[in-house]
Ligand binder design. Sequence first.
Ligand code: DON
Length: 304
Amino acid sequence: MEQFLNKLLEKNRAKCQFGSVADYIPGLDKADRNHLGLCIMKTDGTVQRVGDYDVKFTIQSVSKPLTLMLAILDNGVDHVFSKVGMEPTGDAFNSIKKLETHDTHKPFNPMINAGAIATTALIKGRDAQDKFRRVLEFFRKICENDTLEIDEDIYRGEKETGNKNRAMGYFMKGEGYIDGDVEDALDVYFKQCSILVTAEDLARVALFLARGGVLSNGERVVSEYVAKIAKTLMVTCGMYDGSGEFALMVGVPSKSGVGGGICSVVPGRMGIGIYGPSLDKKGNSIGGYSLLKDLSKELSLSIF
Ligand code: DON
């Protein structure tokens, strides 16, 4: 199996030269475009790691399904979806367009920046610091990794350059979709995106969802229903405005981030974590995407 995975990985590493690393957040551009790593964790306990599976990178938008689950635990499903929708946008992840033009002015879904900021704003805590402490604790639990920390430089870069996110935050506050302090919500959002992970950490997140919300020690953290909400939104909105094509080509609930991560869930079977910072035009890992296409075909992974 390892030999087979290595072969697929090296074949797809060649694709990395056709993309580029994100540079709109200072610090992200330091990544090596040719890195590609894969970790597969099966529900039977088998683990496979190949390529650059142990390189650290910022989780970015792969954080979004996690904060969604925490926001639901804190507030219940109905309250969360009174502040954020469930529909794909077909627009770029950082687009502001539909916030203004759609009649409700409600952010479309929790997987795009606007909806994720509204979701993060729902997380409970005394202040921004306390809220982020709870977020980090939750991420550590799901990743089964107590050493997770943020990359301070990327966090500062996000905060300094995140003016479009800031604009969306204030717009949503004006429309009543954010109740508390906008700067606090943004601060927690920038921090959650700056958490350092590896492909192995993302495989754990995926395995957790593949097992319907249960850790490897058998502890249930979220209900089957909450895990299902996260997986469903990952299918419809998780790969940005490339989610439709991805569902057809790969066919498993997945979430990508501009740091190069992809977390892919094969329900009941396995969790897959990918790192490949060279991105295609939509912001998805170019090598990771094509590696997942091959894996899906070879291992018959599509849920459809
Ligand atoms: O807000 C941003 O632009 C980044 N912190 C997250 C971007 C990302 O990975 C794309 N998300 N959907």
